[in-house]
Design a protein around this ligand. Structure first.
Ligand code: 3MF
Ligand code: MG
Ligand code: MG
Length: 396
């Protein structure tokens, strides 16, 4: 890290609304074809290490911290008390909670399965997470319906399953309204997170756009409480331009929360840390978010690679991810304030010489030279990304 030129201080890092998930730091490197490469760690260690790095917010699934046997029982509140002490002692806040509705066998046919018992259990779990969220002082609750779908088609009616899924969300919003009132707190922001593939073979809400349609479908009783938690890689996975997906969410007023990471198009969910694969695209994304005043959390939903050790998770993986994010955020500010980008953008918006508005050839001719500025702006962004805008030596 020192050889890399140093790092931001924990104080600087804490100024950003960056959250560290319990599951990301505790991930042991396992997958279907991969054995774990790291030993298990508990939430006390994760919270302590995040505090040292300067990650000011912590997020969790209910089952990252509460075993299934303790869920919905008195025992879970003893764990919640331990979490509260760990957060307090380390000066962290819990910003988001989420219900695990994908791992346990009970979700094999999804949380909106045919069996009423499964849906009843799902509703209990969602309300319970809302209650835990209020207890921990969270502002957001996230839903990743990755198991809402099927492996083999024909048995389920998609419209029915989506209605049942909406019933679950409606119950969670109703529970939130009551629990928030009891706590004297505002209701939580309920955020849907899309992923196009995994763990079901076919997913009913595979993209952020599908979720926007679902939110405004008329099935939700409180659509104003429900928005999105897009994940950068989940959009890239289906071939989207993440910046355009985020723009659509911004226009709908639904960009509540954002999972940040990186990876490759049309591959599985490799969850690489932010900026390690597509730094230029990330710079573009942050220019969009900065210029539209996004002020929600940036949630570090990535997986330290299997080749990183337990020590490396906190000495390299998390601090470097945070620092790349901050550097890219500052560069986005440089792009927005850059006189060349500004002048070129203004010139493009002014348009070319006046031309007869019924004459396509004349309009194209008037703008032909001007449009070269698109490529100049792209060049300028690369210069800002690699630092060449500060001047460099040309060797010829
Ligand atoms: C899966 C994810 C999830 C969600 C999490 C929050 C394990 O690909 O991205 O992380 O972010 O369940 O609801
Ligand atoms: Mg995610
Ligand atoms: Mg992911």
């Amino acid at each position: 890290m020192t050889a890399c030129g140093g790092a931001y201080s924990p104080e600087t890092r804490r100024k950003y609304y960056i959250s560290g998930p319990q599951w990301a730091a505790a991930y042991q490197g396992q997958a279907l074809f991969h054995a774990p490469t790291r030993h298990a760690i508990d939430f006390e260690e994760v919270i302590r290490e995040y505090a040292k790095i300067g990650i000011g917010y912590w997020t969790t699934h209910d089952t990252d911290v509460i075993p299934y046997e303790a869920l919905l029982k008195d025992e879970q509140w003893r764990i919640v008390e331990r979490i509260k002490s760990a957060l307090r002692e380390n000066g962290l806040q819990c910003s988001m909670v989420t219900t695990e509705t994908f791992h346990h066998a009970v979700w094999a046919a999804s949380p909106a399965a045919e069996a009423p018992q499964v849906r009843e259990y799902a509703a209990l779990r969602l309300a319970n997470t809302v209650r835990i969220g209020h207890e921990l002082g969270a502002s957001f609750v996230v839903y990743w319906p990755g198991s809402l779908g099927y492996y083999v088609q024909g048995a389920i009616d998609e419209t029915q399953m989506l209605r049942w899924y909406a019933d679950g969300l409606n119950a969670a919003c109703e529970a939130d309204i009551q629990i928030a009132q009891q706590h004297g707190r505002p209701t939580l922001k309920h955020c849907l997170e899309a992923k196009p593939f995994e763990p079901q073979a076919e997913i009913l809400l595979p993209t952020s756009d599908a979720m926007l349609a679902f939110i405004s479908s008329g099935l939700l009783t409180h659509p104003e409480m429900v928005g999105l938690n897009p994940e950068y890689l989940h959009e890239l996975m289906w071939g989207a331009a993440p910046r355009a997906s985020l723009a659509r969410a911004l226009l709908a007023g639904k960009l509540f929360h954002f999972d940040i990471n990186d990876g490759y198009r049309l591959k599985h969910d490799v969850d690489i840390a932010v900026g390690l694969v597509n730094p230029l695209d990330w710079l573009n994304v942050l220019v969009l978010l900065r210029s539209h005043g996004y002020n929600g959390p940036f949630n570090l939903d990535y997986k330290p690679p299997r080749t990183t050790s337990n020590r490396g998770v906190f000495s390299v993986s998390f601090p470097t991810a945070v620092d790349r994010f901050i550097t890219l955020w500052e560069m986005a500010g440089d792009v927005i304030a850059d006189p060349i980008v500004q002048e070129a953008t203004d010139a493009l918006k002014a348009g070319g010489e006046p031309a007869d508005s019924r004459d396509a050839e004349a309009i194209a001719a008037a703008n032909r030279e001007l449009l070269t500025l698109h490529e100049l702006i792209a060049h300028r962004m690369v210069q800002i990304l690699i630092g060449a805008h500060r001047g460099r030596h040309y060797s010829v």
